[in-house]
Design a protein. Structure first.
Length: 193
């Protein structure tokens, strides 16, 4: 079924992204406002190979990405905790909360990267954890309108892993990941909440 779907779509060359979005009435003017990312973010995603844009026979523009998620657990004296992304704060002051994330942390899979290495890279880049062991949890696919890029239907292939950290990796107040365009804040919550 996925093969038939692919046959009905045309990949968008990187140099044609803005023109195709405009000609298909994608509301790019809404991007970069509220919790939405900018056109520059999407162009960088496509350039890095982290996402693919296609136009379907239905006239819609589709964004396809492969993502890994890792649930991070810690057994404290008060019970089992799970790490959660609390918010992202963009350099221009906008904030984005993503309460629907599939795991504690998520990361796009790079071209030719397997999902286990992507999960380990995510733990290192986002939290500074090296040498952890990840256990496979589940795979699933989802499709819906993108909150990051309003007007684009996003299809996600998600592989979720889990890890339990040691006391020397635990920071009670959580973790902060600073990127060039934003800062992400992670906090601990009781597992199962």
């Amino acid at each position: 079924m996925i093969r038939a779907e692919r046959a009905e779509r045309t990949p968008i060359p990187q140099g044609d992204i803005q023109e195709v979005l405009d000609s298909h009435s994608v509301p790019v003017e809404e991007w970069g406002l509220g919790s939405a990312k900018t056109l520059g973010h999407l162009i960088a995603e496509v350039a890095s190979g982290e996402s693919v844009l296609e136009v379907g026979e239905d006239g819609k523009v589709y964004r396809k990405i492969k993502v890994v998620g890792v649930d991070v657990f810690f057994n404290s004296f008060s019970g089992r905790l799970v790490l959660k992304e609390d918010r992202q704060v963009f350099n221009d002051g906008r904030q984005r909360r993503r309460d629907d994330l599939a795991a504690s942390i998520t990361e796009k899979v790079k071209p030719k990267e397997d999902v286990i290495h992507a999960a380990l890279r995510a733990l290192d880049e986002e939290l500074g954890f090296k040498g952890v062991v990840v256990d496979y949890d589940r795979n699933f696919e989802t499709k819906g309108e993108s909150t990051a890029f309003p007007g684009l239907t996003t299809e996600l292939q998600i592989s979720v892993f889990a890890t339990k950290i040691h006391a020397d990796q635990f920071k009670e107040k959580g973790y902060i990941e600073a990127q060039p365009d934003k800062t992400s804040y992670f906090i601990w919550v009781p597992a199962g909440s």
